[in-house]
Design a protein around this ligand. Sequence first.
Ligand SMILES: [Zn+2]
Length: 514
Amino acid sequence: LLFEVRYSDLAGRIGKITTPSGTFETPAFIPVIHPVSQSVDINFFKKLGFEAVITNAYITLKQCGDLAREKGIHKIINFDGPIMTDSGGYQVLEYGSIEPEPSYIAQFENDIKSDICVPLDKPTGYGLRYDVAERYVNETIKNSQETLNLIKSNNDRNSVWVGPVQGAEHLDLVKRSAGQLDEMGYDMLALGSPVQLLESYEFAILADMIAALKSKVMSKPLHLFGAGHPLTIPLAVALGCDTFDSASYILYARDNRYMHANGTSRLDKLSYLACQCPICINMTVKEFIQLEYKERIDKLAKHNLYVLRGEVLSVKQAIMEGRLWEYVGQKARAHPKLMEAFKLFLNYKYLEDGTPVFKKKAIFFMETIDQYRPEASRIRKIFDSFRTNKKKIILFPDTQVSPFYSSHEYHKLSSKFSDYQICAYNPFIGIIPAEISDIYPAAHNLISKRKLNVNSAKDYPTFVSSFEKFLSHSYFDDVIVVADEFMQGIVHQTNLEFKNLRIIEYSDDVIEQI
Ligand SMILES: [Zn+2]
């Protein structure tokens, strides 16, 4: 089995990818290694738990050629774990042309015993006119078909072949190429090449690209090219990327950029090294800056790798705890452009598929975006389908005691209004019939209630819709709404046409007063 998923949250997956040189856990950051002149000692990657590395087949061909065919890529770079090879498509993007034929590169990747191989693609980058991007996509598809024809006849090693999805911001091209590569039989897909997008922090476009791809191909493992920024990783994982590669650790180091959980800073602009890695713990900023050039780059690259390692582990831990939504939300506060992307999550219905139906921990509702989290959308559907024969209904604010039917308030209501349908309401999940108020997450959420009534109806469209649907499903000839501040905002901005509608302001002894 190529890909085994153990846990998931949103579209993020803890899984295992199997290759001829062993398995590795996902989500995985796959560091880019130069085949010949490695700037960081290869053993360092292993020591940090990076189980797979990626190198460039085109550069290997140019610099090692027959030697690589003879010894194999593992001996060339001195790494015995899974090795992924990029075909050289990125060199096409950088230099505009490349000599070898797709089948020649594919044969070479096969000959050097690469474990995860990418056919020669033509990266669309970002900002290309539609017709040009389309030509690139078609060329990549053609190369991928040729490659597959060749590989089918001689893939005796069972290497993993990865279909390169191009199209950039032209989402229909992304969808089409993903669909075609999937049908051709590629085991895994890779989304290219967002480097330019990410350099300008266009996280929202990246998010839409990943979602477009996922709308076509959900379950196969997905690689994201060129993603090695601490803010990109949680976003990409949450949307369904299982592996991602980057040379950012060394490129940033050469540019004196020091990574931290929320981005990067110039080393010379820092006052403190707020990092607990073995490099930083032994140095001050001044000492770091004063290191001799080569040593400084080496140490900065290593520090950057520690940060990337920490980021991947934090994301994995968030998946295990069912807290990936909260984690991405926290990260989103580090940059407005990431917040922009996070707010698009409301459009991505597929995030529900990977989100567990039950979680061990209560979920947090803090801001309006949280009404769209998969757990909330899911339970609203259940509430929407609830039907009652009762002709009277009373709506009451959700209580601190969960589930609602075990609260003191519910007991008082049910003895006083025994022929009423009793419901609680919660701004984030809608109208909660008392009978099913123990369904996850109706009884398993914590909400921040203060100042929720800013503009209830406008800010909580899911609530308005849940409220209207609920009242219109059954025929009620008596409606009592015990309205807290939030509900007052809702009822004043909603058209309720009931003969007997009573809106009663909430107070501590309201039940006695009705
Ligand atoms: Zn450090």
